[in-house]
Ligand binder design. Structure first.
Ligand SMILES: [Zn+2]
Length: 391
């Protein structure tokens, strides 16, 4: 089964095995089958022409017969399959309609989702303008969700309390099931902050700040065993809730913004680049904060490469690699699974190498600077870079 072709056209010229007559068009053959042979078209097709796949794209059963020229459509008449063929929310539906492969269908799917989301956001903006309680009335964790239908506030609060308990339980179960996968969703995990553009050190500070603030010990010390524990638990629940509270649209929108705003360069790298620039301000240099990013397209590998610092005058490239994102070999072994990139360290290194090879093949020299080296000894790193550009 594949979606490459909707109809399985007949090859012409076609020789009728009954009479050995040659037909140059499907139309001629069709008239001949009706008038001369007086045969049913699908019967003739099955017996003498059916040399290609006639199966339904979705169920693999026999497709619907169209004509001698077109043969079978790769969709049967079963209601389930017909509905699937119209479904724009399924990858298969898109594969079928656009007659494309899975990868491409997934891309279409994303584009379509994005478009629908934008439309929904527009509608919601309008509804919010008309009704300030619009969001609350749609949120099962808000009293307004229930009182709009006439429920008392007391009863609504009871339901919400139960729901919160259930959510908290569900969340802790989910996290425990795959801690690495969910790491970036929790502000107590380093991945959460790294994903939002913080450096490793800042991320660690953030976490210890939260841990101090939220520490159970502090609560117990302040309020005693029972009350302290209760307060601490409530706080945890509320914390989880703020993440769970968002509507699906908001979540998608937040993720989208993250994708688009995530500029992919670390702030600390720019400090080094400005310092280098001061020494070479006559050169034709590019880096993010000076004049935007440098992106090149590798046709062969179909990849876009972003270069951190390029000096077109001396034909030099400096890559500033964050230890976490690029899996510094001093810290990670090749089998380390990167929790956000969904790649192993080895695969990340391969990608990085391909990127450097691409620009080297164009006559550029390259230098890689590791964030941790720079943090440990900024002056030495700067000198190394200057030396590199002076070579
Ligand atoms: Zn089917």
């Amino acid at each position: 089964m594949n979606a490459a072709k909707r109809y399985k056209d007949i090859d012409t010229p076609f020789t009728c095995p009954i009479s050995n007559r040659i037909f140059n068009s499907a139309k001629g053959l069709s008239v001949y089958v009706t008038k001369t042979l007086k045969m049913d078209h699908s019967e003739y097709y099955d017996k003498y022409v059916n040399h290609r796949d006639a199966s339904c794209f979705f169920c693999g059963g026999k497709g619907k017969f169209i004509s001698i020229g077109k043969g079978y459509r790769n969709l049967c008449e079963d209601e389930v399959c017909v509905i699937k063929s119209f479904n724009s929310h399924s990858i298969e539906g898109i594969m079928y309609r656009k007659m494309c492969g899975r990868k491409e269908a997934e891309r279409f799917f994303d584009i379509e989702n994005e478009r629908q989301l934008k439309e929904r956001m527009k509608t919601f903006e309008k509804l919010r303008g008309e009704n300030p309680d619009f969001d609350k009335q749609r949120n099962p964790l808000c009293v307004e969700f229930y009182t709009k239908d006439g429920m008392t506030e007391k009863k609504a609060n009871e339901i919400i309390r139960e729901l919160r308990k259930k959510n908290a339980k569900k969340y802790s179960k989910t996290i425990k099931s795959d801690p690495e996968k969910y790491a970036s969703k929790f502000p107590t995990k380093i991945e959460y902050w790294l994903k939002r553009g913080y450096s490793e050190k800042e991320a660690k500070d953030k976490i210890s700040e939260i841990q101090n603030r939220f520490s159970l010990d502090i609560c117990i010390e302040k309020y005693g065993d029972v009350k302290g524990l209760k307060i601490w638990e409530d706080r945890q629940n509320r914390w989880i809730e703020t993440l769970d509270n968002k509507t699906e649209e908001e979540k998608i929108e937040i993720n989208r913004k993250k994708l688009f705003n995530q500029s992919g360069y670390s702030k600390i790298s720019q400090k080094l680049f400005w310092d280098i620039f001061e020494n070479f301000n006559q050169n034709n240099i590019k880096f993010e904060e000076l004049n935007g990013e440098i992106i090149r397209y590798d046709k062969k590998n179909k990849s876009h490469y972003r270069y951190d610092f390029v000096d077109f005058t001396t034909k030099s490239v400096i890559e500033f690699n964050g230890d976490f994102w690029h899996c510094n070999p001093n810290e990670y072994n090749e089998n380390h699974q990167h929790s956000i990139m969904n790649l192993t360290a080895k695969e990340i290194w391969q990608k990085d190498r391909m990127k450097l090879d691409w620009i080297r093949n164009r006559g550029y020299d390259t230098l890689v600077v590791w964030e941790s080296d720079y943090r440990k000894n900024p002056k030495q790193t700067l000198e190394k870079c200057i030396e590199f550009l002076n070579k």
